[in-house]
Design a protein around this ligand. Sequence first.
Ligand SMILES: CC(=O)SCCNC(=O)CCNC(=O)[C@H](O)C(C)(C)COP(=O)(O)OP(=O)(O)OC[C@H]1O[C@@H](n2cnc3c(N)ncnc32)[C@H](O)[C@@H]1OP(=O)(O)O
Ligand SMILES: O=C([O-])CC(=O)C(=O)O
Length: 371
Amino acid sequence: MQEKTSYKPGLDGVIASETKLSYLDVEAEEIVLRGYDLIELAQNREYLDLVQLLLQGELPKQQERSTLEQELKEEYELPDDFFSLFHKLPKHTHPMDALRTGISILAGYEQHLDERGEEQIRQIAVSLLAKIPNIVANSYHILHNESVVAPRQELSYSANFLHMITGKEPTETEASYFDQSLMVYSEHEMPNSTFTARVIASTNSDIYGALTGAVASLKGNLHGGANEAVMYMLLNGKTTDGFRHLLYEKLKKKEKVMGFGHRVYMKKMDPRATLMKEALRELAAEKKQEELMEMCEAGEQLMKEEKGLYPNLDYYAAPVYYLLGIPIDLYTPIFFAARTLGLCAHVSEQYANNKLFRPRVLYTGPRGLHP
Ligand SMILES: CC(=O)SCCNC(=O)CCNC(=O)[C@H](O)C(C)(C)COP(=O)(O)OP(=O)(O)OC[C@H]1O[C@@H](n2cnc3c(N)ncnc32)[C@H](O)[C@@H]1OP(=O)(O)O
Ligand SMILES: O=C([O-])CC(=O)C(=O)O
């Protein structure tokens, strides 16, 4: 007889792995990243600092940071003719599917595909962190019959990413909010996509395969895809009253409202959402789009009163991206680009202390049948 009590649907609350990378301490309202509070890091540091922290264990000193920045810039360019296949994709291909294809193609160019050593994986991670923004931005341009925007070496990592997306050089403020969003998206313990990547890596499969699987996982609207869904919902609402009405209708029909709820923080505000809410407040004031802020706050209030649910990061990241002039279809690919960091760190950790993932089932089918 199988023991039913050990079965947790959706592995809710199950410890799947040991990690030194991150931990959600819900009681203390802290997202711990190698001992630091992610929110404090996002307020005081830059995405590149987190790259060094997650891949090498410590925040960089100034010289180390410059070396890392140079290393990334040297890896920006994609292999010759890389984009030729993207011209052949159906024009309605979602950028997340284009990204999945792109990461998969890159595997073929990797000279060290079979190596699993820590330093080798770090170098591949740097290459992926350099190339994925290029794939995200330019696969979108190609699918929209626009010209490819080449990376610019003289811009910072985040400013260059935003520049490749919009085709314009961002202001310092825009680049800084974008960088902050990349930081809060960079790593979050054991979401579905990280679990997916670790499960794939646990068979000794390569890091490109692990990340390709993770793109598919992150695309779903119960996970990363929610940020795009939030923006479409806000645009459909049009005004604060319209948005309230739209949310009431969804709740009446027992539909899920994207951007609310979270497996780990279900009855609390996601600390990252609080940070993005402040970014939105400032950006909305600067760009004279206060109604967008008002709509989001009205939605937050309504969901708290009606369902006792709080915003997750996607709810406030989406309107921030909107005010930064980013096409909605790119919100989830950008989330993935930022999360590439956490994913690579997890894959590396998995290789370093591997045990094949192979759980069991609670069998509910028949027994004793004969053909
Ligand atoms: C950065 C990120 O990836 S964060 C996650 C982004 N995803 C979203 O925003 C999608 C909307 N949210 C959700 O679907 C859920 O909150 C999830 C998937 C994130 C977490 O879900 P789970 O832990 O599996 O809980 P589950 O979906 O079973 O929800 C528990 C209860 O709360 C309700 N609930 C949870 N989230 C929502 C929501 N967003 N809207 C309406 N009701 C909700 C469920 O209907 C369910 O109610 P019931 O017990 O009466 O059936
Ligand atoms: O932790 C999760 O389940 C989803 C999430 O917020 C993230 O991946 O950032």
